[in-house]
Design a protein around this ligand. Structure first.
Ligand code: NAP
Length: 554
């Protein structure tokens, strides 16, 4: 079959894929992005459920590569809604003429490295084939949706939805009996809105979530102008912060503060900071006693907001540290449970049994429903990387290599898979910091490496086994210093039956990670083998003579 040839294949056309297309093209490489969806935008294309919005502030959750773009785009709210973010992405694609490099409705099913040519062959589900020197996986951290393993999906007479695959046409809940399963960030955003529209809403909760209020508000012209006048400083603060959000938690331990100081600080953060609440003190995710104080503060808030004490208690999280599972950022979540048309089912006590024609059975009780919404999350971080079959050296697949969990060097590459790069995936700060900043840092770093490779006639770039091993040890060691390992979270793969329990993102923070990547580049890409075309040819000759010798000996 004839292949189209390009320098770089980018898999995915969300925020990461589009940034990669832009920068790779600017650097003078030919590029083709392949996107499974019918539109660009990645998670913002798929997650169209009512209430979907970002909980990183709009001005920080936006590209920093173009000052003109920064100045001309006008965000309307502190936390942008999904439609506004998608409009922004569409604007960027048009403004930088990126669409012509993106092929939509094109799912990559296989990528295979050819050791003779040092190139990748990438196949799509429609049978097209691409031949590329490099593959950049920009497939997102939260893109492969998951559903509970229960029977009866085909029996249900009503509508079944997943927040991560929401229909393009608006869903009308008016007069309907709706069940929402899942109370992570997506459920917490969706529930108050469905509660207002539906005749009845039943929330099926397995684990109560810690949430903090979004404190969202419109952005007026004065604030917009003020932020834009100081955008460069804001960006630099973000780059120099652990979370990529520009917040500095300070040095003082929560446990050193007096009770009055602590309450005042937590209250102030709770009333204003949104997601930044988690950064009120530097040891919240490091020290169990400090964490418990914060958890107690949030538990008290639930009691104050939810009128029925029994419902309040069932909504209250215990048994895992605040922040060890991704906290949700809410707008009226707890208040929704004060409505007469909302009820809560604790499916840890009354497990989901099956779907029937009329609804859901949990704990032996049938709940009659017209719509079931699964807000049950994703096969996070590795799901989208392991969905296609990626074949590296000696026929090894990425699935085989990562059977016991993802192993990478800097999160950027993995030994045995030369010229394959991963954006903001496992082994990098990824979802633990402002992911858009992480995406841009990765793309810039990779493009600089491709420049170097081109200048030196490098044919293969591959992480060494030693560097990869040391990085995996470092990632694990950093995770062990935190409280993250004390919760059954999607960071750990604990929510997917059979998935290896490995803490996937890097907890060392954006600033520290960026410094490490910069040092690696400054030290001639230490930990990566940069192998020239002639060295590859020599290795091939050596390999062939070795094979001949072995065959003769046999
Ligand atoms: P999630 O955080 O993984 O939450 C899934 C929910 O479904 C949890 O309550 C989970 O309970 C429940 N669940 C999963 N499998 C279940 C099963 N088999 N039976 C019953 N309940 C089950 O997923 P998400 O809410 O879609 O959020 C995923 C991530 O996307 C977030 O953590 C966040 O990083 C990102 N996100 C961000 C935003 C934003 O920026 N505002 C919005 C939405 C999502 P358990 O806890 O017991 O597993």
């Amino acid at each position: 079959m004839k292949s189209s040839q390009v320098d770089v294949i980018v898999v995915g056309a969300g925020l990461a894929g589009l940034r990669a297309v832009h920068s790779v093209r600017e650097a003078g490489f030919t590029v083709q992005a392949l996107e499974a969806a019918s539109g660009i935008g990645g998670v913002w294309h798929w997650n169209r459920y009512p209430g979907a919005r970002c909980d990183v502030e709009s001005y920080d959750y936006s590209y920093s590569f173009s000052e003109e773009l920064e100045q001309e785009w006008r965000w309307t709210e502190r936390y942008a809604t999904q439609p506004e973010i998608l409009r922004y992405i569409e604007h960027v694609a048009d403004r930088f003429d990126l669409r012509r490099y993106v092929k939509l409705n094109t799912r990559v099913v296989k990528a295979q490295f050819d050791e003779d040519s040092s190139r990748w062959t990438v196949q799509t589900e429609h049978g097209e084939q691409y031949d590329a020197a490099y593959v950049i996986m920009a497939t997102g951290q939260l893109s492969v949706t998951k559903l509970p393993e229960i029977e009866g999906f085909d029996d249900f007479a009503g509508q079944v939805l997943h927040t991560g695959q929401w229909p393009h046409d608006p869903v009308d809940f008016t007069g309907k009996r709706v069940g929402v399963i899942g109370t992570g960030s997506s459920g917490v955003q969706l529930i108050p809105i469905v509660a207002r529209e539906a005749a009845h809403l039943t929330v099926f909760q397995r684990t109560p979530t810690f949430t903090v209020p979004a404190n969202n508000r419109p952005i007026d012209d004065v604030e917009d102008a003020d932020i834009k006048a100081r955008y460069a400083t804001r960006r630099e603060a973000a780059r120099m912060s652990a979370n990529g959000l520009g917040f500095d938690p300070g040095k003082k331990s929560l446990l050193e503060a007096t009770e009055a100081e602590r309450i005042q600080r937590l209250e102030q953060q709770y009333q204003a900071a949104g997601f930044g609440f988690a950064l009120a003190y530097p040891d919240i995710l490091l020290d169990e006693k400090a964490n418990e104080k914060v958890a107690d503060f949030l538990r008290e808030k639930i009691r104050l907001k939810v009128q029925d004490p029994r419902t309040a208690e069932r909504l209250t999280p215990y048994g895992y540290p605040f922040g060890a599972k991704r906290p949700a950022v809410d707008s009226g979540y707890y208040e929704a449970f004060n409505r007469d048309n909302v009820s809560l089912v604790d499916i840890s006590a009354e497990p989901l049994e099956r779907i029937t024609v009329d609804g859901l059975v949990a704990g032996g009780r049938e709940h009659e429903l017209d719509v079931i919404v699964f807000a049950t999350g994703f096969d996070a971080l590795t799901g989208s990387l392991l969905k296609p079959t990626i074949v590296g050296r000696a026929g090894q697949t990425l699935r085989e290599k990562w059977a016991a969990g993802p192993v990478t060097y800097l999160g950027l590459g993995t030994t045995g898979f030369p010229n394959l790069f991963i954006i903001a995936g496992p082994g990098s700060p990824s979802v633990l910091a402002n992911v858009l900043l992480g995406i841009e840092q990765h793309v810039d770093w990779i493009v600089q490496l491709l420049h170097t490779a081109r200048a030196r006639g490098v044919a293969e770039i591959e992480a060494t086994p030693e560097a990869e091993h040391a990085w995996v040890e470092h990632v694990n060691e950093r995770a062990r210093r935190t409280l993250y390992l004390k919760a059954a979270s999607w960071y750990l793969g604990a929510d997917v039956p059979g998935k290896p329990r490995v803490f996937m993102p890097y907890t060392g923070g954006h600033r520290g990670y960026r410094r490490i990547c910069d040092e690696v580049a400054a030290n001639d890409y230490e930990g990566f083998d940069l192998i020239t075309g002639s060295e590859v040819a020599q290795r091939r000759t050596d390999r062939q003579s070795h094979e001949v010798e072995s065959a003769t000996a046999r």
